[in-house]
Design a protein around this ligand. Structure first.
Ligand SMILES: [Zn+2]
Ligand SMILES: [Zn+2]
Length: 147
């Protein structure tokens, strides 16, 4: 099964792209597609927008722009899947993986965790890249979660 890259960030509730590991030989692109509204099935559920049309990234709910059906983060996010394209920093394997859209503690940091299909080492997509000494090199997640 080949993963389909999102055509636009607007199709996603989450998107991140980063390099990591020794010598930055690990690469990750990860995204979570929006889900069809389970009620009307006419639109994709997303974070609500404010009056100026900006996404309220810290909102605790998802809303259907068509029928205004809402779901809390707690209900909605476990139904979503993180899709990942990666280059493994341990074995160099380039592959794809999926993992639930739910952070787990990985080496003490909340992360989306997946396994390299070749060397079976676990790789965590941390909330914000811990860039170690290279401060400022980190890319922030665009989901704005702060919990
Ligand atoms: Zn709807
Ligand atoms: Zn590997």
């Amino acid at each position: 099964m080949a993963l389909k890259l999102p055509g636009s960030i607007n199709e996603c509730v989450y998107f991140t792209r980063r390099t990591f590991g020794e010598g930055n030989n690990g690469k990750i692109m990860a995204w979570v597609y929006k889900m069809d509204c389970p009620k009307c099935r006419k639109a994709k559920m997303g974070k609500p927008k404010d009056e100026t049309g900006h996404k309220k990234i810290r909102a605790k709910i998802y809303v259907c722009p068509e029928c205004a059906y809402t779901e809390s983060k707690e209900v909605h996010e476990p139904k979503l899947t993180v899709e990942v394209k990666y280059a493994c920093p341990f074995c160099g394997n380039v592959g794809e993986a999926t993992t639930p859209y739910k952070r787990k503690s990985f080496e003490g940091v909340p992360s989306y965790v997946f396994e390299c299909g070749k060397c079976k080492k676990k790789i965590g997509i941390t909330k914000k890249m811990k860039a170690g000494k290279k401060k400022g090199a980190a890319e922030e997640d665009d989901d704005g979660d702060d919990d």
